[in-house]
Design a binder for this molecule. Structure first.
Ligand code: MN
Length: 719
């Protein structure tokens, strides 16, 4: 955001308690500021003689944290708690003392923050998960605990440079994994953006620098276009006598990075978007302003979003649209009221803003509470902290789709939600007994991903049960935790029954059935799996510990007695994919997976398993039925070579192909094939199929090739 304060300038000079009090005087009562000052004296005494890793006296850290919250204009109790947030850790009696001097509310806040900080754990993953769980529980009691914790973390991130590298990375990762998403979920944009950029810079310093440089390099040229568009908007808005502010925005680096990483867009495609915000006085004016904008520049069809009528889960409200600008550049506009703009920056925190306007905020706060209540429910179902964290992470990304029940009731689901997610959103029992579904009156498979505006009807059957296979496609935490919960509590007989049905269905894929499998073959497989009885095997399948498809494959003729050629193939096959359990694996030519790519195994009717990348179009388009898709992983430490295709766009001149080829050869990679596509007489596209060991190797090759002056662009091609 262009409006972001300059971090370096802030940390350069020391911020004193007197500066803080001056800030607070602008919006708090005199005796409230007095309380803050008393808290400072209390804290300064408690931290007497302590220093931060940077060498500076400890008390400056809590003052800095309090300042962050004062910038959000939070109430004095939160500010007092921020100043005292590290006090309890040092003196065991501090809680009662704080209660005596500042009241129980402040004491509880400080205690809540300390509890989040104090816990130590065996493993990193466990620590993170448990921290997260505590944080959620603390939030349910009082969201201000999290606000203080976020401010604490933000200041620690601002001063992260003094830490040793491994600690820096760990803290940065935790910030990106947990704190920034929480800030986002609570709608506190101001904190989120800074947490993300600082986390990104500390975790991937090189990528950060490269991106920062690229942004700086393109800024000059942007400026011109930006000014032209802004002038056009201002002129038109003026003609229509509309009152409002017009701001141009720049995406922050981490959001650029995420867009490039997730959508495989190039930097140019991502950055060449011109973003404006129009802030007006009231809601009616928003829609008028939208009309004016759509009249000034043509809107891109299907890109208009009305978050005023349907706010985002975190309370965010705004109109969004994308327009065709001059020179064909896309323009993103956000239109909102001053009130909405304030809430977009401070989110849930707005509730405690001194003398805030009540109605909107209460509504948003109710939304946040509802979310927390759902989390709490989820956590009572989850087996351990790790599982809970996995569930909650799914919930932290608030893009939503809106669909209708047959009765016309609107349901909000997260992006990518399937029919099963919908069923669980309606009611746990509906999810548990779901057997079929109609979307817009058409029967569809249960893994169907829902889109905005569809009407969804669920068919249930008495005695039906959730299938473990659903776990491979559901996206909502609620569906996931319920399916797992069901699986875990399955009685043995039920697991046998479920396993039998799943195996029977899977055997169908291989055009056989249970009664056609010779007993000898079953016996051999049980020995191989170290199981005693057939029932044990069915239980394993029913509980989702073993894939029904893999067991069926092993039991089907192609799995044990196919042609000799195929068996030889199996024997020769190096074991490169975990979870394929001796199946013939082949690598799909559409996406050419290499070690390091997240992969999926697709069972192809008796002919083994085809490995695709998870990002492959064919997987994304749901070309294969869910029960044929299996989660697989690369064996670690592979040394094989894998083919991969890259496209290199070069300036056309003699010898350039030879030079690129030499560089590729130098990086220990073999070229299997080369093609040349002429483009516009000035540039050529060189298409190489080469072999690499893994993604790091490929990255090395691409980096070297990119360093050639005549190379304009290089990318991995997929399909
Ligand atoms: Mn602290």
């Amino acid at each position: 955001m262009a409006t972001r304060p300059d971090i370096a300038a802030e940390t350069g000079s020391r911020f004193l308690i007197s500066d803080l009090c001056k800030m607070l005087e602008s919006y708090l009562d005199e005796d409230q500021v007095q309380d803050v000052y008393r808290a400072y004296l209390f804290g300064a005494e408690a931290h007497e003689g302590q220093r931060r890793v940077s060498g500076e006296p400890y008390i400056y850290h809590p003052i800095a944290a309090a300042r962050i919250l004062a910038e959000l204009r939070l109430d004095h109790k939160t500010i007092v708690a921020a100043i005292l947030h590290d006090v309890i850790e040092d003196t065991p009696t501090a809680k009662e003392q704080i209660a005596d001097s500042f009241g129980t509310e402040v004491a509880e806040l400080v205690d809540g923050v300390s509890k989040l900080t104090q816990i130590e754990f065996e493993t990193q993953a466990e620590a993170q998960a448990e921290n997260f769980r505590k944080m959620i529980l603390a939030m349910v009691r009082d969201i201000r605990v999290i606000l203080v914790k976020l401010a604490d973390r933000l200041h620690n991130m601002r001063t992260l440079g003094v830490m040793p590298p491994d600690k820096r990375r760990r803290i940065a990762r935790e910030t990106l994994d947990i704190y920034a998403p929480i800030a986002n979920r609570l709608g506190i944009n101001a904190l989120r953006v800074e947490l993300e950029d600082l986390g990104f810079a500390a975790l991937y310093p090189l990528r950060y620098k490269v991106l920062e440089k690229a942004v700086l390099a393109s800024r000059g040229h942007r400026k011109e276009v930006l000014n032209k568009i802004e002038a056009a908007i201002k002129r038109r808005v003026g003609q229509e006598e509309l009152q409002g502010r017009i701001l141009s925005r720049e995406k922050h680096l981490y959001s650029l990075y995420k867009k490039i990483r997730d959508k495989t867009l190039s930097f140019e495609e991502t950055y060449d978007v011109y973003a404006f915000r129009i802030v007006v006085d009231e809601i009616d004016t928003c829609y008028r302003a939208l009309g004016i904008m759509h009249n000034l520049f043509k809107p891109v069809p299907g890109k208009f979003k009305d978050y005023i009528a349907i706010p985002k889960a975190n309370g965010y409200q705004s109109l969004h649209s994308i327009l065709f600008g001059p020179y064909g550049v896309p323009i993103e506009v956000q239109i909102r009221t001053e009130e909405m703009d304030k809430i977009a920056e401070s989110g849930v925190a707005a509730h405690w803003v001194y003398k805030g306007s009540e109605e909107n905020i209460d509504q948003m706060n109710a939304g946040a509470r509802e979310w927390l209540r759902e989390l709490l429910e989820m956590q009572t179902h989850a087996g351990d902290s790790l599982e809970f964290l996995e569930n909650v992470k799914l919930d932290l990304f608030p893009d939503a789709v809106y669909v209708f029940t047959p009765a016309g009731e609107i349901m909000k689901l997260q992006h990518g939600a399937t029919v099963i997610d919908f069923a669980y959103a309606v009611h746990t029992d509906v999810g548990n007994t779901c057997i079929a579904s109609r979307v817009d009156r058409q029967l569809v498979p249960l893994r169907t991903v829902l889109r905005n505006g569809q009407t969804v009807e669920i068919v249930t059957a008495v005695g039906a049960h959730p299938s473990p296979a659903w776990l491979s496609f559901v996206v909502s935490a609620k569906a996931r935790s319920n399916i797992r919960h069901y699986q875990k509590n399955l009685k043995r007989e039920e697991a046998v029954e479920l396993g039998r049905r799943m195996l029977e269905r899977a055997l169908g894929v291989f055009e056989t059935s249970a009664d056609k499998v010779p007993g000898k073959r079953v016996r051999a497989l049980l020995d191989e799996y170290h199981l005693k009885t057939e029932e044990d095997l069915l239980v394993e399948i029913g509980l989702g510990r073993r894939s029904s498809v893999l067991v069926a494959q092993a039991l089907s003729p192609s799995g044990y007695g196919g042609s000799d050629a195929e068996n030889n193939g199996t024997a020769m096959q190096p074991l490169v994919i975990k979870g394929s359990e001796g199946m013939v694996t082949r690598f799909s030519k559409c996406c050419r997976p290499i070690p390091g790519d997240p992969v999926v195994g697709v069972i192809t009717g008796g002919r083994g398993m085809m490995i695709h990348t998870q990002a492959c179009r064919n997987i994304a388009d749901d070309k294969y039925p869910a029960e044929n898709c299996i989660d697989v992983q690369w064996e670690p430490g592979l040394d094989e070579e894998f083919p991969v295709e890259i496209s290199v766009i070069v300036e056309e001149h003699r010898g350039v192909l030879a030079r690129v080829a030499t560089i590729i050869g130098d990086t220990d990679s073999n070229i299997e094939n080369v093609g040349i596509e002429e483009r516009d007489g000035l540039t050529n596209n060189l298409l190489f199929r080469l072999t690499v060991h893994n993604r790091q190797h490929l990255a090395r090759v691409m980096r070297r090739v990119r360093s050639l002056p005549s190379v304009i662009k290089i990318s991995r091609t997929k399909g």
